[in-house]
Design a protein. Structure first.
Length: 200
């Protein structure tokens, strides 16, 4: 039995469900809202790479080190983004949350906070994780700010850690939250979620 099993999570009109090939067109449309693949510090697939993006995620799921989700707006049944558990280490009950992106119209709405709440609650409360982590590009300041708003602590920077899509080498900023920090963070995240607007 895998540490992360298929699950569907719901809250405030947002559904987080296992990513599959049936989401290809929806994922492509979500990425096209803002041409997100043009942002050099993200991993959003280019239109012609959408199917491979899903296939790669499914291969990583089979290997046990990543479980990708589609983010769906239940009011319209449209895919608005994606997120994943990755770098899954079952032996120490640790996952990271990443590969996260949303259609431009959903940015700065309740969608990100709602999804993070769902994924963090599932990790801590259902999977029994001791630690949940995040990592991001050293130049992705929006992502760093978003992670810090979750209540995560900055662990450090791994220098010369990975390639960006443009071939440059990035430093990676690492964050984490321990299970003992989750109850207080959960209350704060619920407050932040409830004060943000729904997507137009």
């Amino acid at each position: 039995m895998a540490f992360v099993e298929p699950v569907i999570l719901r809250d405030r009109g947002i559904r987080v469900e296992p990513l599959g090939l049936q989401h290809e067109e929806g994922l492509l449309q979500a990425a096209s809202d803002g041409e997100l693949w043009r942002i050099r510090v993200t991993s959003v697939p280019e239109p012609e790479q959408t199917r491979k993006y899903i296939e790669d995620a499914l291969a990583m799921r089979a290997a046990g080190n990543r479980f990708a989700f589609a983010i769906v707006d239940e009011a319209t049944e449209t895919v608005v983004g994606s997120s994943s558990y990755h770098d899954i280490i079952a032996a120490v009950k640790r996952v990271e949350i990443g590969y996260t992106w949303y259609a431009k119209r959903c940015q700065r709405t309740h969608v990100n906070t709602t999804c993070k709440l769902l994924l963090m609650a599932h990790a801590f409360d259902t999977l029994g994780c001791h630690v949940v982590g995040w990592r991001t590009d050293n130049f992705n300041f929006d992502s760093q700010n978003a992670i810090e708003r979750l209540g995560a602590k900055k662990d450090g920077v791994i220098r010369g850690h990975a390639l960006r899509r443009d071939g440059t080498i990035r430093d990676t900023v690492i964050y984490s939250m321990r299970s003992g920090e989750w109850p207080e963070a959960k209350v704060q995240l619920q407050y932040l979620r409830d004060k943000t607007r729904a997507p137009a």
